[in-house]
Structure formats: structure tokens, C-alpha cells
Ligand binder design. Structure first.
Ligand code: NAD
Ligand code: MG
Length: 384
């Protein structure tokens, strides 16, 4: 039996890994919507290859190029944010939410409102919308499956168990490419150095988040919403080999961990096949070749982002959305050479210190908080 799938953010790193798995099991899937921000030519090629029903560019100025790329096919071409949400509303059996940033929130919520399965990679959307998104999941009877490797690991370790029996959940962090750098060296880190992740091949934004450890901060908040065991039971440990993707400790002293290669096709496959399993071309684990696995406490002096995220989720209300928005602005500014690496966390901290809007109650509230925090963070950008 074929299943239908939509991929929001099809041209990105997660999108490409998802399409790679679909390509290997072509007859099992019907592709509904594929979306991208710009990259019309690339998107048109994917839409042709996978015979998609509709291709959407969020950036409307890319629509003529998309139309041109799809000329002579029956594939619909559309552009703009509204079209993106409409494409996410086509009732796919499974939607992979793989847009980067809070820009993915609207379309992800549109997919949730269809009540199907949403495989969530877009952690910024959940961090910003938090309770608004989880309430929508409950209201519409949707199933949220975590693509993020740590949360996918936790999800797997929780199968057959009760949250009430969990003593702690530990998110592992690689520590990123700058893990061993001094504070002085960090201040001079370039975008090239920050995105050169040792274990994972990812989009630029999450690569920088990995280097600042904000990725783990966002994941801490993500875990809080996906697995509500209480913030005091969530921990972070640095594990540079990225072999253990996270673990759950139970009240009897048993700890369950999920291990695997550093290849996002593993957690994506676990979502696509859920509750079954499917083949992937990923290299099997070779523990003898790895030799040893090591673990360290995070250093929140050099990498304050996890502390900022923990405080933001403890504060609650609009703080997580502000944290995320300020981080998005600061990371973009760092990538364009506008600010130094260490200013990213500084700008997030400063933005969080300003008066914050009230707790968001609905999607529009979250988007308003996001827009306001972006404007405030943008004012803080100073030349490096
Ligand atoms: P990426 O930059 O490679 O791809 C992002 C995708 O989103 C692209 O298709 C792009 O066209 C689209 N996009 C970007 N801005 C947009 C906008 N304003 N409106 C609509 N579409 C837009 O990013 P990625 O590495 O694939 O990450 C995607 C998401 O998955 C992020 O939230 C990231 O944190 C999460 N994630 C990624 C990985 C990974 O290994 N890459 C692992 C875990 C979680
Ligand atoms: Mg992760």
C-alpha cells in the first residue's frame, strides 16, 4: 500500500536525506508537496523526479523560475507563505517538517491541523510555539514523531514504558567543532570554522547552533515539550563521538540508550516506517573500530547557550520564543560576518533581559512575539 508524503524544506539537508530514503523505496510512496524557500530550479528537478503533486517556493520572486522548471508537467507550481501553508494542508499521511527556523511554524501547524503524522525536524517551531503546538497536536489527533536524533533516540527508549517511571532523560551533545577552544579563541572563530562539524553534515544554521551549544539548548526545550517529565529530570552530557544519541534512566536503575551512526537517515527512517522498521543504506555501527566512547559535563562558561535556554524554559511564557528569535537573528549576523561568534549568545542574553511580551496563546501570538524579538535583537547587532 502506498502512503502519501509532503516534505516542507525539501531542498535542505534533512529534505535530501528524506528524499534519499523515498528514492530507494519509490513504489511505496506518493509525493504530494515539496517546498523550498528559493532554489526554484533545484525544487523543480526534485518535483519532476518524484512526480510531486505541487511544488511551492516560499519566496514569491522565485515562482516564475519554478513555473519555468515545471513547464510541460502536470505539477502545480505555487509561491508565497500562504501557498506554503496550503501545500502543508493537503492531508498527507506523513509530513516531514524540515524548514529551518520559526519560518516553518505556520506550515508545520497547518500540517498538524490535518491530524496526520508529522515528523518534526524543525525544532525552532516547537521551541517558539511550545504549548500552542502540543495543544494543537492533541486537539487535532495528530502524531508528532521526532526526527531530531536525540529526541528520536528518547522516543525509541520510551517505547513500552511510562513517563511516570522515568528518573531522568539525558541528551547527548557532540560539543561541536569548537568544543576544545579557549574563550579567546572562540571570540575569533570564523563562520567556516563554526560550520565544520566533526560528526554531522547539516545546514549552516544548525551547524552554528551546534558550535555555540544553542542547538542543545533548543533541544532541551524541545525535549521538555515532547517528553513532559519535568525540567529537573532533563540533563545534557557532552559525548564527542555522537554514537549514543540520548538515553532514558528509569526508577529501577535501568538506563536505555539508542546508538547508531551519525547519519540522519536513521532517525528519519524510524519516523517514515513507524511503528515498523525499514532498511537504510547507513553503515552499521562498529564499536570495536570506535574503541571508546567518552563523556564530559558541559562547560557553560565558554558555552552559555544551554544555560540561557534552560532559564528561558524555566521562565516560560514568551521567553523561549524570544530566545529562539534572537538566536536566529544573531546566527544570521554571524554567518554574514557582522558579529563575532561569542556575540551570538550575548545578543540572545541581552534580548531576553528586555521586557518580554505576554505568554502566547495562539499561533498569531507566537508569530507576533517572534517578529518583535527579531526587531529587538536586530537593534543590538554591532560590527564585530
Ligand atoms: P537547511 O538549511 O539545509 O534546509 C532548510 C530548508 O528550509 C531548505 O529546504 C530551505 O529552502 C527551507 N527554508 C529556509 N528558510 C525558509 C523560509 N524562510 N521559508 C520557507 N522555507 C525555508 O537546514 P537543515 O539542516 O535541513 O535543517 C532543517 C531543520 O531540521 C532545522 O530546524 C534543523 O534544526 C533541524 N535538524 C537538522 C538536522 C540535520 O542534520 N541537518 C538534524 C536535526 C535537526
Ligand atoms: Mg539533534
Amino acid at each position: 500500500m502506498t502512503r502519501s508524503i509532503s516534505i516542507l524544506g525539501a531542498t535542505g539537508s534533512i529534505g535530501a536525506s528524506t528524499l534519499d530514503l523515498i528514492r530507494r523505496n519509490r513504489d511505496e510512496w506518493r509525493v504530494l508537496a515539496l517546498t523550498a524557500n528559493g532554489k526554484a530550479r533545484e525544487l523543480a528537478e526534485l518535483a519532476r523526479e518524484f512526480d510531486a503533486e505541487v511544488a511551492v517556493v516560499s519566496d514569491e520572486s522565485a515562482l516564475p523560475a519554478l513555473r519555468e522548471g515545471l513547464a510541460g508537467t502536470r505539477i502545480e507550481a505555487a509561491g508565497g507563505r500562504q501557498a506554503l501553508c496550503e501545500a502543508a494542508s493537503r492531508g498527507a499521511d506523513i509530513t516531514v517538517a524540515a524548514i529551518v527556523g520559526c519560518a516553518g511554524l505556520g506550515p508545520t501547524m497547518a500540517a498538524i491541523e490535518q491530524g496526520g503524522v508529522v515528523a518534526l525536524a524543525n525544532k525552532e517551531a516547537l521551541v517558539s510555539a511550545g504549548g500552542v503546538m502540543t495543544a494543537a497536536v492533541r486537539k487535532h489527533g495528530a502524531t508528532l514523531l521526532p526526527v531530531d536524533s536525540e529526541h528520536n533516540a528518547i522516543f525509541q527508549c520510551l517505547q513500552g514504558n511510562e513517563l511516570a517511571d522515568v528518573r531522568s532523560i539525558t541528551l547527548t551533545a557532540s560539543g561541536g567543532p569548537l568544543r576544545l577552544w579557549s574563550a579567546q579563541e572562540l571570540a575569533r572563530a570564523t563562520p567556516e570554522q563554526a560550520v565544520a562539524h566533526p560528526n554531522w553534515d547539516m545546514g549552516a544554521k544548525i551547524s552554528v547552533d551546534s558550535a555555540t551549544m544553542m542547538n542543545k539548548g533548543l533541544e532541551f526545550i524541545e525535549a521538555h515539550h515532547l517528553f513532559p517529565v519535568g525540567l529537573d529530570k532533563l540533563r545534557i552530557i557532552v559525548h564527542p563521538q555522537s554514537v549514543i544519541h540520548s538515553m532514558v534512566e528509569y526508577r529501577d536503575g535501568s538506563t536505555l540508550a539508542q546508538l547508531g551512526p551519525s547519519d540522519m537517515r536513521v532517525p528519519i527512517a524510524s519516523c517514515l516506517a513507524w511503528p515498523r522498521r525499514m532498511d537504510t543504506p547507513c553503515a552499521p555501527l562498529n564499536l570495536a573500530a570506535l574503541g571508546e566512547l567518552t563523556f564530559f559535563e558541559p562547560d557553560e562558561t565558554r558555552f552559555p547557550a544551554t544555560k540561557l535556554a534552560r532559564e528561558a524554559v524555566q521562565t516560560g511564557g514568551s521567553a523561549p520564543a524570544v530566545l529562539n528569535a534572537a538566536n536566529e537573528v544573531a546566527v544570521a549576523a554571524f554567518l554574514s560576518g557582522q558579529i563575532a561568534f561569542t556575540q551570538i549568545s550575548a545578543i540572545v542574553a541581552q534580548t531576553l533581559n528586555l521586557d518580554r511580551p505576554a505568554a502566547p496563546q495562539c499561533l498569531d501570538d507566537v508569530l507576533a512575539v517572534d517578529a518583535e524579538a527579531r526587531a529587538l535583537a536586530a537593534e543590538m547587532l554591532e560590527p564585530a
